[in-house]
Design a protein around this ligand. Structure first.
Ligand code: UT7
Length: 325
């Protein structure tokens, strides 16, 4: 009998410090930077974001999300036999944030590693976990997206610092006789490295290059609207399904205009799209599992429904996962 993987629990966590656009506009004004609530809302749909305290790392946010996902699945940390963390803001250069989180959780012993695909990280990590479960290498995986993007923002660059936030989301993915994950489609094109990157690196005990986020927003926007639709279609084709079979689209939460464009192309009305970008901003690899958990806990998405998850990010990376909840 074919082995599938299925999400059996979700969780998420946002650090308590919440900044509305008005709060951020006031903070940036003190640095001589001019922006406005109107510009941010009109161009992105973002109204608020959360920032972690200085002593809180991605593993701390991911830990809280993981605990809630385990609770929802009715499992203990010892039941987990695989941990994958998607992050671009790891606690350290190494070891992986997954290993640090594993120890905090008390799930020591199982394989644990990070996936680095920036904002596509969660769909990449979910696809890897699904493949490991299908192959028999794992039975019960924790797949987590956790980020502290506030650490890598340039608060002197208004074109990027108003866009991102911190947070974490997690799912428990378990082996199952019935599908769960139906299909996925992942891609990368490294020729676009420069349009979204943090170019700094460590050498000889020093950081060389700029360790803050750089983005050509328009280039990212244009690529995103074209590639997301292709990934969505390829994923539906692999599963033998069509647009009409999608109950909910749960896209990477970067910009409401990108989500509207994708929904239009899939002939989905916006009331079939889970939107949390207004309250969370862009939390990179955390954005999809955060949105999923909010939709599950609010009763928006229901067991048995078909969900299309999709993301784009630095690399350039993009991909989609189609699943039955
Ligand atoms: O998570 C990975 C994926 N990331 C994304 O998907 C992000 C994709 N890109 C975007 O979401 C959009 O390109 C942005 C939200 C980043 C920018 O929106 P845009 O409509 O492409 O704006 P723009 O870059 O064309 O800038 C328009 C104007 C410029 O002024 P001029 O040249 O027209 O006078 C900017 O200088 O808006 C100005 N501007 C701002 N004004 C007030 C840029 N940032 C701000 C700001 N406040 N924060």
């Amino acid at each position: 009998m074919r082995r599938y993987s299925r999400i059996t629990g979700t969780g998420s966590y946002l650090p308590p410090r919440r900044l509305t656009n008005a709060d951020l506009v006031a903070e940036l004004a003190q640095r001589g930077l001019e922006t406005s609530d109107e510009w941010i809302v009109e161009r992105t749909g973002i109204r608020a974001r959360h920032f972690a305290a200085p002593d809180v790392a991605s593993s701390d946010l991911g830990l809280e999300a993981a605990r809630l996902a385990l609770q929802a699945a009715g499992l203990q940390p010892q039941d987990i036999d695989l941990i994958i963390v998607a992050t671009s803001t790891p606690d350290m250069v190494f070891p992986s944030t997954a290993c640090i989180l594993q120890n905090k959780l008390g799930a020591n012993g199982c394989p644990a590693f990070d996936v680095q695909a920036v904002c596509s990280g969660f769909v990449y990590a979910l696809t890897v976990a699904d493949a490991m479960i299908q192959s028999g290498a794992a039975r019960r995986a924790l797949v987590i997206g956790a980020e502290v993007f506030s650490r890598i923002l340039d608060f002197n660059d208004r074109t990027t610092c108003v866009l991102f936030g911190d947070g974490a989301g997690a799912v428990v993915l378990e082996a199952s006789d019935t599908p769960g994950i139906l299909a996925s489609d992942l891609h990368a094109d490294g020729k676009h490295v420069g349009i979204l990157c943090v170019p700094g690196h460590v050498m000889g005990g020093q950081i060389l290059g700029d360790p803050l986020l750089k983005m050509d927003g328009q280039a990212v926007f244009k690529l995103a609207v074209g590639l997301l639709d292709k990934a969505a279609r390829a994923t539906l084709d692999k599963a033998g399904l069509t647009d009409a079979d999608i109950d909910w689209l749960i896209p990477h939460q970067a910009n409401i205009r990108i989500m509207q464009s994708t929904a239009r192309k899939l002939k989905l009305s916006m009331d079939k799209v889970v939107v949390t970008v207004d309250q969370h901003g862009n939390t990179s690899a955390a954005s999809i599992p955060l949105a999923l958990d909010h939709a599950v806990r609010s009763g928006q998405v229901l067991p048995g429904q078909t969900l299309l998850l999709e993301g784009v990010g630095g690399g350039f990376t993009w991909g989609a996962v189609l699943l039955k909840l």
